[in-house]
Design a protein around this ligand. Sequence first.
Ligand SMILES: Nc1ncnc2c1ncn2[C@@H]1O[C@H](COP(=O)(O)OP(=O)(O)O)[C@@H](O)[C@H]1O
Ligand SMILES: [Mg+2]
Length: 139
Amino acid sequence: MTEINKMKLTVEAQSQNEGFSRSVVAAFFAQINPTLEQVEDLKTAVSEAVTNCIVHAYGGKQSGAIEIECTLTEGGITVQITDFGKGIDNVEQAMKPFYTTVQNGERSGMGFTVMQAFCDEVNVESHPGQTTVYLTKKI
Ligand SMILES: Nc1ncnc2c1ncn2[C@@H]1O[C@H](COP(=O)(O)OP(=O)(O)O)[C@@H](O)[C@H]1O
Ligand SMILES: [Mg+2]
């Protein structure tokens, strides 16, 4: 579908940037007049993806880049969230409900499941040194 607009944002993998990234993506998405529910859905999914970069990608260190690239079309938005951290060994396993590599009970293992529930499409490409999550939300 024809691209209407694009934007790219780079933030540090710090917890305060979770809410920031979510708000920026929502403001950009607003350009194609989504419903409030569609905006809330996308914010929820972006939060999960960005949180994963913060929590998992860089081994909990509060440094490392997160790149967020958004593409608007007439039919919706695609959000690409990339980190340059350790990568995911087995993406299929990582995306299963309740699967988490954090053993202290702090994480639910539901991040990818939430992204899938709130978006129309979720794809993940990962190798050591880079993980990209693609979220598509239609309007
Ligand atoms: N950006 C990432 N970099 C490295 N590993 C990741 C990343 N995102 C997710 N993972 C891995 O996938 C698992 C499942 O993610 P998720 O469903 O969000 O559950 P949770 O974050 O609660 O563990 C994580 O426990 C982690 O091992
Ligand atoms: Mg998670």
